[in-house]
Design a protein around this ligand. Structure first.
Ligand SMILES: [Zn+2]
Length: 99
């Protein structure tokens, strides 16, 4: 069931990407837990923020990771597997390769 209505009259914007991507998704994902824990260089944090503003994919990962970290921080009833972020990154890397 796909209701695709070409409703939007003007999809054409002058420039597709006004903000240049300064950091790759792969790098973002590598720094994501540091970003959440604010254990990160200010310049890098800015770059990540800018990346999140334009990359839905990484934003989704950020939200997911943040939830997990918040949960585990609130009450320490469970701990993340040590290889959690490694596995996550692997998965994401594989997925972004498919695109
Ligand atoms: Zn990204």
């Amino acid at each position: 069931m796909s209701k695709k209505k070409a409703k939007s009259k003007s999809l054409s914007r002058p420039t597709a990407t006004p903000v240049p991507v300064e950091i790759s998704c792969r790098e973002v994902l590598r720094e994501i837990s540091n970003f959440i824990e604010k254990d990160i260089d200010e310049g890098l944090r800015d770059m990540l923020k800018r990346h999140f503003a334009i990359c839905r994919h990484c934003t989704a990962v950020l939200d997911g990771t943040r939830n997990v970290i918040l949960l585990s921080g609130d009450d320490c009833t469970f701990t993340l597997p040590a290889d959690f972020s490694a596995r996550l990154q692997k998965k994401l890397a594989a997925r972004s390769r498919e695109q």
